[in-house]
Design a protein around this ligand. Structure first.
Ligand SMILES: C[S@@+](CC[C@H](N)C(=O)[O-])C[C@H]1O[C@@H](n2cnc3c(N)ncnc32)[C@H](O)[C@@H]1O
Length: 225
């Protein structure tokens, strides 16, 4: 399939770098992180703080970071919170001491250390090599850490444009990831080395709206068992 975008072209595309997508989700409420991820983020973090450990949360594609500000204000610096996004359009001006916000692309950025919780709320729909990001995120977890993110299998296509479909879902599950097809969520419990049998080809920013109703990006791969 011709006309696929490489990483740099994709990151300049108006589908990815625009000011209309929702970068402002809070922690709770009908459109908040809790509902999108299916976990109560604060409770998860507080549970780990109660165990007396040093707790870390990494949010990929964090947008303005609103949910992270909220969490940091409510939980204090007992939890180190790191947010990263391609567009440094972070809420401000002052940051709580436990919160760090980084402008970078999730496809090549590497964090320091491991995390109790890694999240990605409606970010993967705009990422080129999103299967690569799933593998990377799973490798950043503490032994009993949790990764959870919104993931639409339909946004992963083969070279001819056909959906990667069930075979991809089987490959995700075989590699230790969990995919909830109804809620379109992917998760991983505990650090894992995830190798998926797919080679990234490039992305299509003309895919149109996905299940969220917003224009999204399709990522194309070759299946290489
Ligand atoms: C729909 S917004 C969601 C933002 C935030 N998670 C929220 O729910 O409020 C998707 C975010 O993904 C970011 N994004 C897209 N491609 C990215 C990449 N390659 N690396 C990091 N962030 C990316 C966009 O800049 C945008 O802020």
């Amino acid at each position: 399939m011709g006309g696929l975008l490489d990483g740099e072209a994709l990151e300049r595309s108006s589908v990815v770098a625009n000011c209309v997508m929702n970068r402002e989700r809070g922690l709770s409420g009908s459109n908040g992180y809790g509902r999108e991820l299916g976990i109560d983020v604060l409770e998860f973090l507080r549970g780990r703080v109660r165990e007396g450990r040093r707790v870390r949360w990494l949010d990929l594609c964090c947008g303005s970071g609103r949910a992270l500000f909220e969490a940091s204000h409510r939980i204090g610096d007992a939890v180190e919170i790191v947010g990263m996004d391609l567009v440094g359009f972070f809420a401000g001006p002052s940051r709580p001491p436990g919160l760090r916000l980084i402008t970078a692309s999730v496809v090549d950025w590497v964090p320091e250390g491991l995390f109790d919780l890694v999240t990605c709320v409606h970010g993967l729909h705009y990422v080129g090599d999103r299967l690569g990001v799933l593998s990377r995120a799973a490798s950043w977890l503490a032994d009993d850490g949790l990764f959870v993110g919104n993931f639409d299998v339909d946004g992963v296509r083969l070279a001819d444009g056909a959906p990667a479909g069930r075979r991809l879902v089987s490959a995700l599950r075989a590699s230790g990831l969990d995919y909830d097809a109804r809620r379109r969520r992917v998760s991983c419990r505990g650090r894992r080395e995830v190798t998926l049998p797919y080679r990234y080809l490039g992305s299509d920013d003309r895919a149109g709206p996905n299940y969220t109703g917003q224009s999204a990006v399709n990522s194309h791969y070759v299946h290489e068992p």
